[in-house]
Design a protein around this ligand. Structure first.
Ligand code: 3HC
Ligand code: NAI
Length: 706
């Protein structure tokens, strides 16, 4: 090593005749403006420096580069742009090698693609995940990658956003060589010296030939377009990616780059990009609950699950899949057999689909045991109760847990609505009691509401967050109230849907509007999937405490009285003559709705699709605001993540409170006040919404206060 120059966060050091440029911007070396300036200056400097024969690009720390600095999107752009920097790298007259350790994602991979040679260490992961942020690779990736590996493979990578392993990247010709060790600098220097010894010169990706086989490339593009049109449901960036790759095939490199830039800027300006970037950061912010900073988690290796029904079995699968030991407790041998059966069904269906072998199943189940004796939970580090939604049943279970569990065991309930403070107060160790609210199917759904009762110890909350990480769930901290964050908000927007149905909209119209908005299913389809009997039981339980002045739509009760519980009974709001995929509208349901309208003295009116959306969203946003106002959710972004990961809210819209910011809070408030003229009891503007409008602020202004 002979000299060290100080460029802002691009470290530059000469190793013999090789200039090593190290991207140094922890934690992922994102390509913010200073890195871009530093890189440009360093590359230009290298060109002018006769002592430099070749350039090696590496990343400081664990990663090569996580791409463009996502925090800059939506702000005023600052020169130089990433495409300029990348072009300057490719144009270098001295050979450039990128050595990739950790990730090379997005702009990070585009930098590597502009280098003339690429080496990846064994730990490397490469990808162009821009599509997940509503973007396309905008620094030449859509033009260089297809030239290097062909349109089909390039499109697959860009449209899925998935990460490739180093071996896969080598197989595709995306990298030239794999390193023997994870020491990126040593590996890079050795390879560069070898290249120089062999007389290697610059080799520009723009000149690669993989697009030459024109017909096959065209077919790949057509096939991708057909699939994306069907699958991408209103998303802009997948179709833009395909258009950019088509430009790579049909146009010169320079024209293709211009087209890529135009399409990139369109994506950058779209609300979809804003929604997806919001979701990206919100998913990371939800991990930062105050207790996770205040306390270290307790160790969790052995988990007990009480109840082997829908939820208990799903939770057991999740825990087993995370490598934990699981003991299931049921009330008698028959129920236990059913519980084990529920659990095995999950693995058997994976075996049927060819995604698991019998040997895998056996290996997993070796960590599973089942019992009717609570004593078998004596060594559990954490127990999750998932018995019937009935306070007496839960209290009986917790009394047993209090009796048998070791000191320091975390005692959790999966209750959907019940008061966890009351459960905590029933045992001798309330500080160990917490809510872990999974969603059905628990082994698939990502959301985990961590419900924090008043007496819980901070390290128990921290343990719950650590558990979520192990189980690969998205945790959201929630306070105790009826329904916590998600089900409480659901109850309100679901009522808004029922009101519209009774006032004249058909359930089929309402479902269609919400599907068009981006939900995978409308609210009545969801009821049919979950089972109408669940809501019916809840309504019966709450009948005594319902405000007698509040509007109560009885249509769902009429269906349930007929035993029409949805998919599992072959009919609900829809008819299912041949299983779940055969849903049809049901004239008898429409007749029942008509009868109910007449009984309630309502003359039906028609609803436009935008009005349906306005009412549904206003109800959801208003209750979301209440949940934040009361401190049940820490921030608006916690509501957004709950609705995205537990209730099918379209991710590209960023969640209901992000959507509200985009729609405009004054307009949401005006909508609510308009609807309140008909039903002031249901439509009461949240105090938080009123305050924000008065202050001229939005929900996002509250996302950064913790
Ligand atoms: N820009 C800005 N911040 C970023 C970032 C980026 N590209 N990537 C990660 N970060 C931040 C995270 O927000 C987080 O911040 P925090 O500590 O304040 O919460 C921190 O870096 C660490 O991130 P993770 O917690 O996600 O760390 P992991 O080690 O789990 O994962 C990762 C690392 C795989 C790089 C992951 O962060 C990731 O997937 N990042 C996004 C990568 C990406 O999408 N790149 C494409 C950007 S768009 C682009 O390049 C456009 C170009 O084509 C023009
Ligand atoms: P379920 O009826 O499918 O299963 C309950 C199981 O608990 C049954 O197998 C029953 O035998 C067992 N059980 C009852 N009393 C018991 C006792 N004393 N000891 C041991 N086992 C006992 O119910 P499901 O749907 O699994 O719900 C369980 C809990 O999860 C409820 O609190 C529910 O509110 C909650 N929940 C349900 C969701 C869903 O979508 N089904 C979603 C999230 C939470």
């Amino acid at each position: 090593m002979s000299c060290q120059t100080a460029l802002p966060i691009v470290d530059s050091a000469l190793h013999g005749n090789i200039l090593v440029l190290t991207l140094n911007n922890p934690p992922v070396n994102a390509l913010g403006v200073e890195i871009r300036r530093g890189l440009l200056a360093a590359i230009d400097g290298a060109g002018d420096n006769p002592a430099v024969e070749a350039i090696l690009l590496v990343g400081a720390g664990r990663h090569f580069c996580g791409g463009a600095d996502i925090r800059e999107f939506g702000k005023t752009p600052q020169a130089p742009t990433l495409p300029e920097v990348v072009q300057r790298i490719e144009d270098s007259s001295k050979p450039v090698l990128a050595t990739i350790q950790g990730v090379a994602l997005g702009g990070g991979l585009e930098v590597a693609l502009a280098a003339h040679y690429r080496l990846a260490t064994g730990s490397a992961r490469l990808g162009l995940p821009e599509v997940l942020l509503g973007l396309l690779p905008g620094a030449g990736g859509t033009q260089r990658l297809p030239r290097l590996i062909g349109a089909r493979a390039a499109l697959e990578l860009m449209l899925s956003g998935r990460h490739l392993s180093a071996e896969e990247a080598l197989g595709l010709g995306l990298v030239d060589r794999l390193g023997d060790s994870d020491d990126a600098l040593a590996e890079g220097l050795a390879y560069m010296r070898q290249l120089l010894a062999q007389g290697a010169t610059v080799r520009r990706t723009r000149d690669a030939q993989a697009l030459n086989e024109h017909t096959a490339q065209r077919q790949a593009i057509d096939a991708a377009r057909q699939q994306a049109t069907q699958k991408s449901r209103g998303l802009l960036s997948p179709l833009h990616i395909i258009q950019a790759v088509e430009a790579a095939l049909d146009q010169s490199f320079e024209d293709g780059l211009r087209e890529e830039r135009r399409l990139f800027l369109e994506c950058l300006d779209s609300p979809q990009r804003a929604g997806l970037v919001h979701a990206f950061f919100a998913e990371r912010e939800v991990l930062k609950a105050p207790e996770t900073r205040a306390a270290a988690p307790r160790a969790i290796a052995r988990v007990g699950v009480v109840g082997g029904g829908t939820m208990g079995a799903g939770i057991a699968v999740t825990a087993l899949d995370a490598g934990l030991e699981v003991t299931m407790i049921e009330r008698d041998q028959d129920a236990l057999n059913r519980g084990r059966g529920n659990l095995e069904k999950v693995y058997d269906s994976l075996i049927d689909k060819g995604r698991l072998t019998q040997a895998d199943k056996a290996a997993t189940l070796a960590r599973f045991s089942a019992s009717t004796d609570y004593q078998d939970l004596a060594h559990a580090d954490l127990v999750i109760e998932a018995v019937f939604e009935d306070m007496a049943a839960k209290l009986a279970v917790f009394a047993e847990l209090d009796r048998v569990c070791k000191a320091g065991a975390v005692l959790a309930s999966n209750t959907s609505y019940l008061d966890i403070n009351a459960i905590a107060d029933s045992v001798s160790r309330p500080a160990d009691v917490i809510g872990l609210h999974f969603f059905s199917p628990a082994n698939i759904m990502k959301l985990l509401e961590i419900v924090v009762p008043s007496k819980v110890a901070s390290d128990v909350v921290a343990t719950a967050f650590e558990l979520a990480k192990k189980l690969r769930k998205v945790p959201v901290r929630a306070g105790v109230c009826d329904g916590f964050i998600g089900n409480r908000i659901l109850a309100v927007y679901r009522q808004a849907a029922d009101h519209m149905m009774e006032d004249g909209a058909s359930p089929y119209q309402i479902d269609q509007v919400l599907r068009d908005f981006g939900f995978p299913m409308g609210p009545f389809q969801v009821t049919d999937l979950a089972g109408g009997d669940i809501g019916w039981a809840t309504r019966q339980r709450k009948a005594a405490t319902r405000d007698p002045r509040a509007r109560y739509v009885q249509i769902a009760d009429r269906l349930c009285e007929r035993g029409w519980f949805g998919q599992k009974t072959g009919r609900g709001y829809y008819l299912y003559p041949e299983g779940p995929r055969s849903a049809r509208q049901d004239p008898e349901v429409l007749a029942i709705i008509d009868t109910e309208r007449a009984r309630a003295g309502i003359a039906p009116r028609s609803f436009s699709n935008p009005e349906i959306l306005r009412r549904y969203m206003a109800a959801m946003i208003n209750e979301g605001a209440n949940v934040v106002h009361e401190g049940i959710a820490l921030r608006p972004l916690d509501v957004d993540i709950t609705l995205i990961h537990g209730y099918g809210f379209p991710r590209y819209r960023g969640g209901p409170l992000k959507y509200a910011d985009q729609y405009g809070l004054p307009q949401v408030l005006a909508d609510i006040r308009e609807f309140a003229e008909e039903d002031p009891l249901f439509w009461k503007a949240s105090p938080l919404l009123v305050q924000l409008v008065e202050r001229g602020e939005n929900f996002d202004s509250l996302n950064h206060s913790h």
